[in-house]
Design a protein around this ligand. Structure first.
Ligand code: ASP
Length: 337
């Protein structure tokens, strides 16, 4: 039987048109535009339905409400389709892919995010291949996870990060093997794919607003400026530290502030500014102090995945000890210890 997929169109450059204020999405335009791509009617393509979100957004404006809307659309139509393609702007695509990977538990079908750097209506658009190949991957059903297809590569969603503002290979997965490469054929790297869950039923966890911060450490940082955010109101903070999890120790301001945040109940997750490699707390004196202040290791998680995971665990209503523990565990293939 012919496979059937659902395309969820949220906005982004792929469907944008030029306006006097720059590119912007246009409601009601894109469905017809993609129906005009000759390849889409080829016999090898899956059948497809198209759902247009309202309003269509530049992905800089995407936040929890839209993540929940995408999640609900997938949950409500889960049994009707073999896979889903989510058309999305590139700017926050890695955040949305990470968020959906946690929200959708027990997934047994592909959910493929894609978009483009050049609008489909423009010369040399990368949108055509990104869309067609994503549709094929969604229809083939070989992956059962949230992933991101862009520029010939299929990446695990919660390992992806936007690595180029203008290149057509805009995403990288520095700490995890690509899931598939699309050359003449689409070659899957079987050993890297998540296995279909045996017992966990499919379910959606919607995200609730949670006060989360990201703090990038830099030489000369005046930690006292950040003290005002480390209050009872803060639920979690991702620290983007140097190398394997190091912070400066030239003044003694940071640790008391982190300790204060921790004592107020916040989760402090240590990630690295390096794209490649992992946090190893305790390797150096400068990172050991973080563990003593109650921080947890984000290992080789991207900041995007760490932020999404904090939203997820808080949305599940776990207590702090449970969240601390789960932050360091691999839930959806987002980290390797
Ligand atoms: N600003 C656009 C967006 O993220 C960029 C893109 O789609 O490439 O929606």
């Amino acid at each position: 039987m012919k496979k059937k997929i659902c395309i969820l169109y949220t906005g982004g450059t792929i469907g944008m048109v030029p306006t006097e204020n720059g590119y912007a999405p246009k409601q009601g335009y894109f469905r017809d535009a993609i129906a005009k791509i000759p390849d889409i009617h080829e016999p090898g393509m899956p059948d497809w339905d198209f759902v247009e979100f309202d309003p269509l957004l530049d992905s800089s404006n995407i936040a929890l409400d839209q993540w929940n809307m995408i999640g609900r659309a997938i949950r409500d139509h889960y049994s009707e389709y073999d896979g889903f393609v989510v058309l999305h702007g590139t700017d926050t695509m890695a955040y949305t892919a990470s968020a959906l990977s946690f929200m959708l538990e027990g997934l047994r079908k592909p959910v493929v995010l894609t978009g483009s750097q050049i609008p489909l209506c423009q010369l040399r658009s990368d949108g055509r291949d990104n869309l067609i190949t994503s549709m094929l991957i969604a229809g083939e059903g070989r992956v059962c996870e949230v992933c991101l297809y862009f520029g010939g590569k299929l990446l695990r969603g919660n390992r992806a990060t936007k690595a180029s503002a203008d290149g057509l290979i805009a995403f990288a997965s520095p700490n995890y093997h690509v899931l598939a490469e699309a050359g003449i054929d689409i070659n899957y790297h079987e050993a890297s794919l998540l296995q279909p869950p045996k017992y966990v039923p499919f379910r959606l966890t919607e995200f609730h607003q949670t006060s989360i911060g990201v703090l990038k450490i830099f030489p000369g940082i005046q930690f006292n400026l950040f003290e005002s955010i480390m209050t009872e109101g803060l639920n979690g903070i991702v620290l983007e530290t140097f190398g394997a999890g190091n912070i400066p120790s030239y003044d003694n301001d940071l640790l008391p502030i982190i300790k204060k945040a921790f004592d107020h109940g916040a989760i402090v997750c240590v990630c690295s500014q390096c794209q490649n490699g992992t946090v190893k707390l305790g390797t150096y004196e400068t990172s050991n102090a973080l563990t003593r202040a109650g921080a947890v290791s984000g290992y080789n998680m991207t900041t995007e995945a760490a932020v999404a995971k904090l939203y997820y665990l808080f949305s599940l209503g776990f207590d702090r000890d449970e969240i601390k523990k789960l932050m360091e565990e691999d839930l959806r293939g987002e980290l390797t210890k």
